[in-house]
Ligand binder design. Structure first.
Ligand code: GLA
Length: 673
């Protein structure tokens, strides 16, 4: 991963949209940014209509002045290409480049993200504006990084998409007969005899073809990525020394395989918008995921909302201190800085009520004091970037399984991939254990424990890797509806969990999804919901049994010794108490424990370490002062801690330790050393 040019500490700043303001406000903004310790601003994300007011005519003078002024103020620019929001003239001139929904409705301009990524006119116009920016600003001294587009995540079902989808399918499957086989078109007489009969999954009468749905999602990821690459190549050709990123957004609607895309960029960046009461855990989840996308290396938090969280449709102010805590949770997990959307609250427009670093009330509002405090903290923490995040446990992450489990034809609508993943992550987080996400196909031997929630698709490489991991002493937990299908989504015959049958030592004879509200008792007195199975032992021993109905006395949770390791299978959606006991037992067997033993509840600790030092990020998510048993050097207060650290309500601390001993007083490294 490459570091924004000209910055050697952690990045701090946010989206700056000065084109919304008269020039005197720009100067004032820059002065405030200096007060707040801001060193990087994202500029121009939605400025296409201003930059290119009519086709091919560019107006750079205003942007020149912005970049010059930022440079004079000592602030670097993360310069965005504005292609997420084409100007009105574009869609009037190219109505064929407006997106069409699955139901056949063509949308019109009036918001943002309203374009078809496969439309040749859109791609040409996007390349033209990116190229113009590249040529104009490649050697501007303020330029630290290129920010391509904004949150690639759009879909479309038009004829251009149909043509691009067919090209993608030819590449993936070869001929039509291979496509027919991969999509199982023998069922319901769907055989294709000519390529032009193949369409995107537009609205249809009844259940759509699930393999077509899965391939379409994969295609969208690749098509969006191709659009990203076109811009990236232009920017790179003009400025080879300037790193390139695009801000990843996470959500069920996002058809992007971010792990795959990461290979194409210099720095992975994430927009993180946790919602509701569980913001701390969601923040941890997103930060751990971003680190996985970045291949375990550093990444950058590109956007979050300053001082507020979404609750339903509303923005709710966070408690003072929460902004720093959530920000440091990202830094603890590998982010090389903290960026926000946006710097100054807009007076008008669709996001006029979105929280900002400088709110409508101005810089005397309390949020700006928190912004300044955070800006003062970050330079003290830059040295921790030398440390890798230590995790003993991996949770399997698989975009294909996620997408395949969104199809409408499954035996239960309640097998939710993300919910299963989040539950495993939440359990670890609450237990004080840091998690990595991992692809099952990689070498897993560095982990003591690997958790595999509802990993529906498994290819042979992943199955072999899991087998090797357990054989050599690893501990594994697999949840129901895993290993069911191959990469095309075809069921592996002979009984699930197909790909993992041997390692788990069980064969599932039948699925028994439960109706809404249905339960089944287990022999520990808890009630399972949603899902249960008729499991036959094939070498495994029983840990928990079903205790009623047709499944009474049959295995519900099993454990199999396999080589030097152990593999557990959970065939039902367990109640919290049972889930907790199973994971506690596996963790004990695997030797997995909290980062710091004896932590008060509600206190989170993440360790980063290099060969010589550790940095312990301590986040007190409670409203009371806590005592944490650690020794070392606290970077924010610049003081020694011996034995017990007091952390204020909602407070944070970062302790440097010598790996061989205790006091981490001596340290002078900065990132990039
Ligand atoms: C996204 C976008 C921003 C802004 C925020 C609002 O992350 O990138 O432009 O719309 O959402 O939360």
């Amino acid at each position: 991963m490459r570091w924004p040019k000209g910055l050697d500490g952690l990045c701090y700043g946010g989206d700056w949209n000065p084109e919304q303001w008269p020039e005197p406000v720009w100067r004032h903004d820059l002065a405030l940014m200096r007060q707040a310790g801001v060193n990087l601003v994202t500029v121009g994300v939605f400025a296409w209509a201003r930059l290119e007011p009519e086709p091919g005519r560019f107006t750079f003078d205003w942007l020149d002045r912005i970049l010059d002024a930022a440079y004079e103020a000592g602030i670097r620019v993360n310069l965005a290409t504005p292609t997420a929001s084409p100007p009105p003239w574009f869609s009037l001139r190219h109505p064929e480049a407006l997106p069409v929904t699955a139901e056949g409705v063509r949308l019109t301009h009036g918001s943002r993200d309203t374009y078809c990524v496969a439309a040749p006119a859109y791609r040409a116009a996007a390349a033209r504006v990116a190229d113009a920016l590249a040529r104009r600003y490649a050697s501007h001294p303020a330029l630290a990084m290129w920010h391509v587009h904004n949150e690639y995540a759009t879909d479309c079902y038009c004829d251009d998409v149909a043509a691009a989808f067919r090209r993608w399918l030819r590449d993936r499957h070869g001929g039509l007969s291979a496509l027919n086989a991969a999509w199982g078109t023998a069922f319901w007489g769907q055989q294709y005899h000519h390529w032009d009969q193949v369409l995107p999954p537009r609205a249809t009468r009844y259940l759509p073809n699930p393999h077509q749905l899965l391939d379409f999602r994969r295609f969208l990821s690749d098509e969006l990525r191709a659009a990203f690459r076109e811009q990236r190549d232009l920017l790179r050709a003009a400025a080879p020394d300037v790193p390139i990123t695009t801000n990843a957004v996470f959500g069920d609607w996002v058809p992007v395989d971010h792990r795959d895309w990461a290979n194409d960029m210099d720095l992975v960046s994430l927009d993180a918008y946790p919602e509701g009461e569980e913001a701390e855990e969601q923040t941890a989840f997103l930060g751990d995921l971003a680190r996985h996308w970045a291949g375990g290396r550093s990444w950058l938090l590109m956007e979050q909302a300053p001082g507020a969280l979404r609750h339903g449709g509303a923005w709710v102010r966070t408690v003072p201190g929460q902004m720093a805590r959530l920000s440091l949770s990202h830094v603890a997990r590998g982010s090389r800085g903290v960026m926000f959307f946006q710097w100054r609250a807009s007076a008008a427009g669709a996001e006029q009520f979105h929280p900002a670093m400088v709110p409508h009330a101005g810089e005397h509002a309390p949020i700006f004091a928190e912004v300044r405090d955070l800006g003062a903290m970050l330079p003290r923490l830059a040295e921790a970037d030398a440390g890798e995040v230590s995790a003993q446990v991996a949770i399997a992450w698989d975009a294909g399984s996620w997408w395949a489990l969104r199809a409408p034809h499954l035996p239960s609508p309640d097998v939710e991939y993300l919910a299963a993943l989040r539950r495993a992550h939440r359990w670890l987080w609450r237990s004080g254990v840091t998690a990595d996400f991992a692809d099952l196909g990689v070498d897993l031997s560095r982990y003591r424990l690997v958790l595999v929630p509802s990993h529906f698709l498994v290819d042979d490489r992943q199955a072999a890797s899991v087998r090797r991991y357990v054989e050599r002493g690893g501990h594994l937990v697999v949840w129901y509806f895993s290993g069911v299908a191959d990469a095309n989504g075809h069921v592996r015959l002979g009984g699930v969990p197909g790909a993992f049958r041997d390692v788990l030592g069980v064969r599932v004879q039948e699925w028994r999804p439960l109706p809404p509200g249905g339960t089944v008792a287990l022999d520990d007195g808890t009630l399972a919901t949603t899902w249960c199975e008729l499991v036959e032992l094939a070498g495994a021993e029983v840990v928990l049994r079903y205790a009623e109905g047709q499944l009474a006395d049959r295995p519900a949770v099993t454990r199999n010794r396999y080589g030097a390791g152990s593999a557990w299978y959970v065939s039902a959606r367990l109640a919290d108490a049972a889930y907790d006991r199973v994971l506690a037992a596996v963790s004990a067997a695997a030797g997995v424990g909290p980062v710091v033993a004896g932590l008060p509840s509600g206190v989170e600790v993440v360790r980063r370490a290099d060969g010589v030092h550790s940095w312990l990020f301590v986040l007190n998510h409670t409203d009371r002062a806590v005592r944490v048993p650690v020794t070392g050097w606290e970077l924010l207060s610049d003081q020694s801690v011996s034995g017990v650290l007091m952390v204020e309500p909602d407070g944070v601390a970062v302790i440097r330790q010598e790996n061989d001993g205790v006091d981490g007083r001596a340290h002078g490294r900065v990132p990039g050393d």
